[in-house]
Each structure stands twice: as C-alpha cells, then as structure tokens.
Write a protein that binds this ligand. Structure first.
Ligand code: PEP
Ligand code: MN
Length: 361
C-alpha cells in the first residue's frame, strides 16, 4: 500500500484514494442555485465530496437554522447533475431518516450532538443497519473520553465505516482560533482508537480564512487522513459562517500550497530520528527527576509552614517567580505563554502536595 494511501480508500467510495481526502462545500445549503454553483466550482478543482449543512445547530436563537428538508432535494441534484458524493450533518432521528431517504452518501454528527450521550445514542440507534460512512465530530468540550464514547455508540450500532472529525474545542478565553485545536486531544484519540480515520475541519478551528492554511498544514503533518473545508460561491454573502468560507478558486490555491510529507520514513531518516528521539527521552527523564526534586522541596516547605502556621498560598512570592522565569525564558527563546502554562501547573502541583501535608494526609 502506498504510504499516502488514505484508510478511507478501504471504504470503496472514492476515486482518489490518496491522502488527504478533501470534503468541501458551504457551511449551509441556502438556495438551489448557491448549492449547485458552489458544487460545480468544487467539482472543477477535483473535489469529490460536497458538504452542506441542511439543519444547523446555532449557538443563539433567531439566527439562520438551515433550510431544512427542502435542501435535500438540492443535494440530490449535486449527485445527479454535478456527479459528486454528498455529505450532511444529522443531529436527531428525523435527520437520519430524511438524509438516508434522500440518498446522502456520508453523514456527520456535529460537535454539539457528540457532547450529549442521550442524543448520540438516539442517532446511533437510528443508524442501525446503515452501511454509509459516518463521521463523529469531537464534542465542543475538550473531553477525549466523551469523543471515544460517541464513536463507540456508532460502532455499537454495527456501522463499519466510521471516522472522526477534529473541529477544535470551545474555550472561555479569547484566542486567535474560533475553536482551539488542542492537537494533543486528536493525537490522544488516535492512540485510543488507532483504526479510525481522522479528518480535520480547519474552517471551524480557524473561524477566519487567514488561519486555514496553517491549520490544514499542521493537520497533514500530524498524519490526518483528510480535510473538511467550508467553501461558498460568494463567502461574503453566506448566511452562516461567512468569515471562514473560501471560494472554490481560493480553496484550490490553498490545497495546492499544502505539502504532503511521507508517513513512513526511510531507514537513514529513521536512524537520525531515532537518535534525536533518544535525546528527547533522556531530557524527559531529566525533567522528571528535576520535578521530583522540586516537589520534595515544596513538601519540606509545606512541613515548615504547618509547623509555623503560615498559609500555603503567598501570591506575591508566586508573581515574582513567574516574572523572573518569563524574563529568563525570553533569553532562551521560550515564550511567556508556554512558561506560564508550565509553571502554573508546577505551582498547582506544589500546592496540592503542601495541602496534603498541612492537612496531615
Ligand atoms: C458545521 O460543520 O457546519 C458545524 C456546525 O460544525 P460543528 O458541529 O463542528 O460546530
Ligand atoms: Mn459552519
């Protein structure tokens, strides 16, 4: 098998079986014209699978919630007149039955649905006996267990062609992403369920067009099998997610700019990599030893505070530590964001240890 052959190839529905498989289309189906013109534009750049939301779960009421069943007729035209496979989101039993009746080729379950085990189970039950591919988006909250559970429900319903879509995670803090990618979560998902094909949704991670290229490339570098990207004939006029959609021509440019690196590396490359990885392992060991030694000191301090009846948390001391570290870190090319995350975690663990000591556990 070619190293860049996609595991989706085994599902036997695609002509192009190489990584990355690309699914593209508007956030929402809006009109027959918009659907067909966008689909033709995508077909012309070699896209095989057309996506469009028919039922849209929206964060706030009174925004456009999808055209509903009528849009399924337009997806039928995308199949018969444009010759593409079609994909849409299903969130309940009615959606599943209607989409299947309309002959939609691929279904996905959205992030708000995969976060809800009751809804997931209902959709999974409705899918019993179905043989088409189903993708499960990660839940909105960064919980790998919940994501694995959602996939298990679909597998439990007997489906064989099951994949996942990484679309990033909600966060309270404002970041440059609409949904923070937290790449360690899809990586952990793959470790937990290695046989499940994984697609990245750079559109909902980015929330704008400027980050699409960077996020897509990162996904390919992490061996994702494909990309699902929102594309609209006229993004500025889109009824939902206008800021993150690209025209088919822009999508073409973006896809051509992506570099596909080999999944399997040659022997000499492997030896060099193994050598570097050994060095990393050694530093990881050193880090562990240093952390252990640091925690032991923290425990001694805890003991001392207990004997002298001093509170654990002394915020001024901690502020001093963080600013000193951040200043030193800059000399070593380590970002303030990184250092404060690491040191906050270390501090938290010290507090936990001291707490145990103070409470005589
Ligand atoms: C979508 O794909 O248009 C969508 C609603 O995505 P998510 O479920 O990831 O928010
Ligand atoms: Mn969208």
């Amino acid at each position: 098998m070619n190293t860049n052959e996609s595991p989706l190839a085994e599902w036997g529905i695609l002509k192009n079986t190489k990584r990355p498989v690309v699914i593209a289309g508007p956030c929402s189906a809006e009109t027959a014209d918009q659907v067909l013109e966008t689909a033709r534009g995508l077909k012309a750049i070699g896209i095989e699978v057309f996506r469009a939301g028919i039922w849209k779960p929206r964060t706030r009421p009174n925004s456009f919630e999808g055209v509903g069943s009528e849009g399924l007729e337009w997806l039928k035209l995308v199949k018969s007149e444009v010759g593409m496979l079609t994909a849409t989101e299903v969130a309940n039993v009615k959606h599943v039955y209607e989409a299947l009746r309309a002959g939609v080729d691929i279904l996905w379950i959205g992030a708000r649905t995969s976060a809800n085990p009751f809804a997931m189970q209902e959709v999974a039950d409705a899918l019993k006996g179905v043989d088409i591919p189903v993708f499960v988006k990660n839940p909105v909250n960064p919980d790998v267990e919940l994501w694995v559970g959602a996939v298990e429900r679909v597998l439990g319903a007997g489906l064989k062609k099951v994949g996942v879509i990484h679309r990033g995670f909600s966060s309270f803090e404002k970041t440059r992403f609409r949904n923070v990618p937290q790449w360690q979560l899809p990586i952990e998902f793959r470790r937990r369920m290695p046989g499940i094909p994984m697609i990245c949704d750079p559109s909902h991670i980015s929330g704008c067009t400027e980050l699409l290229q960077e996020v897509s490339q990162k996904a390919l570098d992490l061996n994702f099998d494909g990309l699902i990207i929102e594309s609209h004939r006229n993004p500025a006029e889109a009824w939902s997610d206008a800021k993150q959609q690209v025209t088919p021509a822009e999508l073409d440019k973006l896809l051509k700019s992506l570099v596909l690196r080999d999944v399997e590396v040659s022997q000499s490359l492997k030896e060099t990599l193994d050598d570097l990885r050994l060095k990393i392992d050694k530093y990881d060991d050193d880090l562990l030893k240093t952390l252990d030694a640091r925690m032991k000191i923290a425990e001694q301090i805890g003991q001392y505070k207990k004997e002298h009846n001093i509170t654990i948390l002394q915020p001024t001391r901690w502020d001093e530590i963080i600013s000193k570290i951040v200043a030193k870190g800059a000399e070593h090319n380590l970002s303030a964001e990184f250092l404060s995350t690491v040191f906050k975690a270390i501090h938290q663990e010290s507090i936990n240890k001291q707490n145990k000591i103070m409470n005589g556990e």
